[in-house]
Design a protein around this ligand. Structure first.
Ligand code: PEP
Length: 251
């Protein structure tokens, strides 16, 4: 039985005062919830704040990106060891905003995946198709290609330590959610691809859905057999909404 996992992706939002209030309310709202796992991925400058507020709680923290390099002349980049220094458990890799706005290729995402694993963090590896790709009927090919780069070279043991997030690009931040059946179909496809590598790893792999998950649709999405939780953007910035989704993961 896979435990559900709900992770907030704050993107480039927040400030010290707002984060304090948000984390305080989320901590209070989820402290009794023991049947699922929770996390928040915050902007780099707030990792220390997240660490000091969340340490010892049932909410883990992490980052939204990392460099594939361990150190060196990479102005503006943040090394995996630096994230590990701040106790990050999770790091989001290959988010569609990184792919589209920062031109991150499948190969770069795969190198970042390796770096996260090497430094003991759990990559939340994002895959998903654009609206055009869905309309063209190539969703599975696109997702397979994004996955393959990691699966082919990382090997089963690395995949066992990861979380996959299926995030249809057309559903991110748009208020349009994949139906539970649409999402389930892609999640089952992802699990079947991993099963070709290792059936046991596939059975234990947590596959999150991301794309306008809200309190009103979280329970029905997470009731699907291959949906093991959510990666939450907008709703993770509103304490009551994030807590409601965390509660839905308990059922
Ligand atoms: C995301 O950015 O990972 C995401 C799922 O965003 P939203 O929930 O706002 O669609």
């Amino acid at each position: 039985m896979r435990r559900k996992l709900v992770v907030g992706n704050w993107k480039m939002h927040g400030n010290l005062a707002r984060n304090k209030a948000l984390l305080g309310a989320v901590l209070a709202g989820v402290k009794e919830l023991r049947a699922a796992d929770y996390g928040v991925c915050v902007p780099y400058p707030y990792l220390a704040q997240a660490q000091s507020m969340l340490q010892g709680s049932n909410i883990a923290w992490g980052a939204q990106n990392l460099s594939q390099h361990e150190q060196g002349a990479f102005t503006g980049a943040v090394a995996p060891g630096m994230l590990a220094d701040f106790g990050c458990r999770y790091v989001i890799i290959g988010h569609s905003e990184r792919r589209a706005l920062f031109h991150e290729s499948n190969d770069i995402a795969a190198a970042k995946f390796d770096a996260a694993i090497k430094f003991g963090m759990t990559p939340i590896f994002c895959v998903g198709e654009t609206l055009q790709e869905r309309e063209d009927g190539v969703t599975e090919q696109v997702v397979a290609r994004q996955l393959e780069v990691v699966l082919n070279h990382a090997g089963a043991q690395s995949v066992a330590k990861t979380v996959i997030a299926y995030e249809p690009v057309w559903a991110i931040g748009t208020g349009k959610t994949a139906t539970p059946e649409q999402a389930q179909a892609v999640h089952a496809f992802i699990r079947s691809r991993v099963a070709q590598l290792d059936g046991k790893v596939a059975g234990g792999l947590r596959i999150l859905y991301g794309g306008s998950m809200k309190p009103g649709n979280a329970a029905e999405l997470m009731a699907m057999p291959d949906i093991d939780g959510g990666l939450i953007g907008g709703a993770s910035l509103v304490a009551e909404e994030f807590v409601a989704i965390c509660r839905a993961a308990q059922q």
